[in-house]
Design a protein. Structure first.
Length: 189
């Protein structure tokens, strides 16, 4: 069994913002693979389905980004899902808009959602990173940047990236992180 976590913030005011790219990917997974409807569980929204012949739980934490680990650890503990079977899809300001990479573990790179997951389980889980670009400055401007909606042109790029990322998720579940990384290297927006 796999646990796929799409990171984001709950509420309409955060819809289609850079920080909610994980939620956007989760919604695409539900649609593409005909998952069950989301149900309130584990301080999040959980849907179930299959990808590449494997049972998959899909989680959208509703704790707000900075406390995402609370929801992840509850779900993982209840279903006894080990970190190697957890896949987190999230935004990355250190990647250009639409650029994607996959890896296991590593630092949080200032991403508070990842920091909280790392603190609650371990950093050694799978990550699919989707680039949202980087603002020119640092500090409070980064927070404003990730909480802003995509422009129409940016959204077009992001929708293509999410489509590829969901394909990559299937590769990861079927063949592992190295195959997923290779797939993302060969399929760019």
């Amino acid at each position: 069994m796999f646990l796929v976590v799409g990171l984001g913030n709950p509420g309409e005011e955060y819809r289609n913002t850079r920080h909610n790219i994980g939620f956007m990917a989760a919604d695409e997974i539900v649609s593409r693979y005909h998952f069950s409807a989301f149900k309130n569980k584990f301080d999040g929204l959980v849907a179930e389905g299959q990808i590449a012949g494997e049972k998959v739980l899909l989680l959208k934490p509703q704790t707000f980004m900075n406390l995402s680990g609370k929801s992840v650890v509850q779900c993982a503990f209840f279903y006894k899902i080990l970190p190697e079977n957890i896949i987190v899809i999230h935004d990355d300001i250190d990647l250009n808009l639409g650029q994607m990479k996959a890896k296991i573990g590593g630092g949080a790179g200032g991403h508070n959602g990842l920091k909280n997951i790392d603190a609650n389980i371990t950093p050694q889980y799978n990550r699919i990173r989707i680039g949202v670009g980087h603002p020119q400055n640092k500090g409070p401007e980064v927070i404003d940047y990730v909480l802003h909606r995509f422009s129409k042109q940016e959204l077009s790029v992001i929708e293509k990236a999410i489509d590829i990322a969901v394909d990559a998720l299937e590769v990861l579940i079927a063949n592992g992180i190295d195959s997923c990384s290779n797939f993302l290297g060969q399929n760019k927006v």
